[in-house]
Design a protein around this ligand. Structure first.
Ligand SMILES: [Zn+2]
Length: 122
């Protein structure tokens, strides 16, 4: 059923592992947007509006990083269970090309389209 070779799975697993580290790092760097102000940092370069804007941007970024991280974890679990590369919805092979671009993809292109539409795009 699965059209991925062992080598391809191993390669994608490496990508997933480094992606997971990267996302975890990003998430810990932006934790709650409440990092204590570094007193050595020059003050007054950011206006209050800038700070608010930056905070809401990082909240949105955090949400999408969190979703992506969950997908990465699920993909790694799927590799362990030998179900990686299959669409979680229709169970068709997702395809190596798509997985190379987004190794954490849980759905094939068709299902992804439908899922996106149901959630009002994005
Ligand atoms: Zn599908």
């Amino acid at each position: 059923m699965n059209e991925l070779t062992t080598d391809q799975v191993a390669e994608l697993k490496q990508k997933l592992l480094s992606l997971r580290d990267e996302l975890k790092e990003l998430l810990s760097a932006t934790r709650d947007g409440t990092r204590p102000v570094d007193l050595d940092e020059p003050i007054g370069r950011l206006t209050r509006m800038d700070a608010i804007q930056q905070q809401s941007m990082s909240a949105a970024a955090r949400r999408s990083h969190n979703i992506r991280l969950a997908q990465v974890e699920q993909a790694l679990t799927a590799i362990a269970r030998d179900t990686y590369g299959l669409c979680r919805r229709c169970e068709d092979p997702i395809g190596h090309k798509r997985l190379e671009a987004r190794p954490e993809s849980p759905y094939c292109l068709d299902c992804q389209d439908e899922v996106d539409r149901k959630h009002g795009g994005g």
